[in-house]
Design a protein around this ligand. Structure first.
Ligand code: ADP
Ligand code: ADP
Ligand code: ZN
Length: 215
């Protein structure tokens, strides 16, 4: 089972993907995480992505598509994968169709986490991310047991550089302009499943499970 997890920045994609990984043994493919790793390691990909990420803009489609294609072709997925944060533009979605044909996989569900924009700022400004394993917490909604320390691996928690108020605003605009049209795109194809993302993490997960079990 291969899934696309969509939604605006802060909707809870990473949070829900982690639960899907645990329950169904899927592999999470987070383009944001892949870019951040490349950036830390200062690979050519990371250097290219850096400026776009800091500003809250999308990394150019060709670069992103190439990265995802390489990742999918170089790894094996016994139980399937979750695309978390990809596609984020119509061009990326079109290219994913070509990629699926070429690499011989299917997309079995497109889940859209639906949440009002005014809730996102609070989610993003309180998000803390583990330097070591990438797990996310929230200072109010999902605090770690010890402040500043990851529950899962003991790593240090930090606030992402693109989480400043200004960058967040740009990311939300980028979402509206380039990513939101994918809701219509997948609705027309009859693939979109809307899940109310404005509920507790447990309730969102229950709804996702229900949708997948009906598949
Ligand atoms: P995304 O990957 O879509 O950007 P995250 O999963 O990182 O979103 O979640 C953004 C922030 O909101 C994190 O700090 C996370 O702990 C918190 N969060 C996620 N889901 C919920 C929820 N259902 N209710 C409250 N806070 C949540
Ligand atoms: P969030 O969890 O807030 O939705 P991500 O961690 O997914 O954010 O992405 C962080 C940044 O990485 C984005 O602002 C963008 O610069 C880049 N990025 C991630 N995914 C893509 C993509 N599919 N296309 C282009 N840029 C991307
Ligand atoms: Zn950790």
């Amino acid at each position: 089972m291969n899934i696309i997890l969509m939604g605006p920045p802060g909707a809870g994609k990473g949070t829900q993907a982690a639960r899907l990984v645990e329950k169904y043994g899927l592999v999470q493919i987070s383009t944001g995480d892949l870019f951040r790793k490349a950036l830390r390691e200062q690979t050519p990909l990371g250097v290219t992505a850096q400026g776009f990420m800091q500003k809250g803009l999308l990394v150019p489609d060709e670069v992103t598509i190439q990265m995802v294609k390489e990742y999918i072709s170089e790894n094996t997925f016994e139980n399937g994968f979750i695309l978390d944060g990809f596609p984020r533009s119509i061009q990326q979605a079109d290219e994913l169709v070509n990629m699926a044909e070429e690499l011989n996989f299917t997309i079995d569900a497109v889940i859209n986490l639906d949440i009002p924009t005014d809730k996102l700022i609070a989610r993003l400004s309180g998000r803390r991310t583990c330097k070591q394993c990438g797990s996310t917490f929230h200072i109010v909604y999902n605090p770690p047991k010890t402040e500043g320390i990851c529950d899962n691996c003991g790593g240090e928690l930090y606030q992402r550089e693109d989480e400043s108020e200004e960058a967040v605003q740009v990311r939300l605009n980028t979402y509206d302009e380039q990513t939101k049209p994918l809701i219509d795109y997948y609705t027309v194809k009859g693939q979109l499943i809307n899940v109310d993302g404005d509920q507790s993490m447990d309730d969102v997960f229950k709804d996702i499970e229900k949708c997948l079990e009906e598949k």
